[in-house]
Design a protein around this ligand. Structure first.
Ligand SMILES: NC(=O)c1ccc[n+]([C@@H]2O[C@H](COP(=O)([O-])OP(=O)(O)OC[C@H]3O[C@@H](n4cnc5c(N)ncnc54)[C@H](O)[C@@H]3O)[C@@H](O)[C@H]2O)c1
Length: 509
């Protein structure tokens, strides 16, 4: 094992030199039997999982690992355990390594865009973790860089992978559920009173905090502004909306074949956690409107986030697709529950009956819209029908057999398909074939935009209109500036120096 450390000071010349060298070194059309050299940036919670996964892929050589925290480089090299991988403390030096074809970006969110853009410019293909961006324009720059350098860029949202979800897509395409007009998701857990508060201190030995901060604003170090807990600070992430939302919303946009929302509103904030120094909401509700294919109403999507209350199991219904004839609960697998058909007059209040001239009840018996999924179709009207099925066993007849409860978030998940490995494998195959990956950079951009718009609405305290074709905020200068990354007070640039210049040297901002 060897280790090459560099200081974190950057210059445009250093980086562009690396780009020229590496891009020229690669013949990017590989054969089926060719090996793929991987270099990974970030060896944290998910970075370790990536290494574990890539170790199982027979055509992969893990050739390099970089982390801003030196002890993790050492630990990571031992974990890779092949005796040949090189360790780096500066990713720019790692990007010069011509044995690397694919870069895995497993750092905090605020680094995803620039690391991807620089890797593309260095002639690499990229697997970038979700959420793809911290603000909307980063996604446009990433697409630009990927296209300009013909890089294969996969995004680690991964939840559209798996046989159950692909089958659910067929259900939607077949129109089985009738008109799907609402999709609901929720992420509820109880971590009250919170993660505690961390004082301002020096970073731990071996932690290059300036490199860790990278393009983000310079702030004094606290333990929570670092490993893992960065998720709860706006400068580095978008809270659970982007952390968990990115996975689910990718699945929804894919299943519903949605380009993007046109209208977004979100409320919430720090309501409950009182021993915690995070900033992102512990309670958030968001609603998005998506247009229909022919310009008419499409569907709405609702997301509830609770960090200090699990509530009844029904609050965590995985993903509910509410159609006029039935609803589907999608996770790793799916289940379908029929709605009941009713003569509308029979569904209005009865009390003592209507005086003369009022509606007359024909008392037509309810029947299931979808008899084959009628097992759990009980209750009164759409709201009540099948509630029990969503919280418990899936309806008979659906492909939901074997669905288990995921204890972390109370979601149902089959656990049958290793979605992350499938996504990684898809990336490797596309590196060879140069085909479009299943979760491609443009998909990641759509998802991140959807999540980021909700957070923007919450911060601004108003609804935001969005044009998914032009990818622009409509009629709101403040929101437009936020989409460009200018939400941090006092900044006129999206990125802190010197990273802003690096960005601008590669893409048109
Ligand atoms: N796909 C999934 O299921 C999944 C699951 C968990 C996390 N994630 C995503 O993975 C990313 C990382 O999350 P995590 O929990 O592993 O975080 P983490 O804090 O545990 O690890 C991140 C690592 O990146 C390193 N790092 C930061 N900046 C760096 C730089 N410039 N150069 C080199 N190393 C740098 C840190 O030192 C740290 O070791 C997040 O974006 C998160 O959303 C995805």
């Amino acid at each position: 094992m060897t280790k090459e450390g560099l200081s974190s000071g950057t210059t445009r010349r250093t980086f562009l030199g690396a780009a020229a060298l590496t891009a020229a070194s690669y013949n990017r059309v590989l054969g089926a039997n060719d090996r793929i050299g991987i270099g990974q940036v970030g060896f944290g919670l998910i970075g370790k999982q990536h290494i574990a996964d890539f170790k199982t892929q027979k055509d992969v050589d893990i050739v390099a690992l970089c982390d801003a925290y030196a002890p993790r480089v050492e630990q990571g090299l031992q974990y890779i355990g092949n005796g040949t991988a090189k360790g780096y403390s500066d990713f720019r030096k790692m990007y010069e390594n011509k044995d690397i074809q694919g870069v895995v970006v497993a750092t905090p969110d605020h680094w995803h865009a620039l690391l991807t853009i620089m890797a593309c410019a260095a002639g690499k293909d990229v697997y970038v973790e979700k959420p793809m961006t911290v603000f909307i324009d980063e996604g446009k720059w990433m697409v630009q860089a990927a296209r300009a350098h013909k890089s294969i860029v996969t995004v680690g949202t991964q939840r559209r992978q798996g046989a159950g979800v692909k089958a659910a897509k067929q259900v939607i395409l077949a129109g089985t559920l009738g008109k799907i007009h609402n999709v609901r998701i929720a992420f509820c857990r109880n971590i009250y009173p919170g993660f505690g508060k961390t004082p301002v201190t020096d970073p731990p030995p071996g932690f290059d905090y300036d490199m860790w901060l990278g393009p983000a604003p310079k702030k004094p170090y606290q333990a929570h502004r670092g490993l893992y807990h960065f998720r709860w600070f706006w400068d580095y992430s978008g809270g659970q909306m982007t952390n968990l939302g990115a996975h689910m919303i990718d699945q929804i946009l894919w299943l519903m074949d949605a380009k993007g929302p046109t209208n977004v509103m979100s409320v919430g904030g720090r309501y409950a956690l009182d021993d915690d120094d995070g900033e992102t909401p512990d309670l958030q509700d968001a609603i998005w409107e998506f247009p229909g294919k022919n310009g008419g109403p499409g569907f709405t999507m609702e997301c509830s986030i609770r960090e200090a209350s699990v509530g009844p199991q029904g609050l965590n219904p995985a993903q509910l697709y509410l159609g006029t004839k039935g609803y589907m609960n999608v996770s790793g697998n799916y289940s379908i529950t029929s709605e009941t058909k009713v003569n509308a007059i029979d569904d209005i209040p009865r009390f003592q009956g209507h005086p003369i001239g009022g509606p007359v009840y024909p008392n037509v018996p309810r029947t299931p819209w979808l008899p084959e999924y009628a097992g759990a179709a009980t209750g009164r009207g759409g709201g009540g029908a099948g509630r029990g099925a969503a919280a418990g066993a899936p309806a008979a007849g659906a492909a939901g057999a074997g669905v288990a409860t995921d204890a972390r978030y109370g979601l149902t998940a089959s656990g049958a398909d290793p979605t992350m490995v499938l996504n990684e494998r898809d990336w490797l195959d596309c590196i060879k074939s140069r085909n479009r990956p299943f979760c491609e950079v443009e998909d990641g951009h759509k998802v991140a935009t959807t999540c980021n718009l909700a957070n923007m609405s919450l911060i601004l305290g108003r609804a935001i209109k969005w044009d998914p074709d032009k990818q622009e905020v409509v009629g709101d200068k403040e929101a437009t500036a936020m989409a460009a990354g200018l939400r941090r007070s006092g900044t006129s640039r999206a990125y802190r120096a010197p990273w802003d210049a690096v960005l601008r040297s590669i893409v048109k901002v």
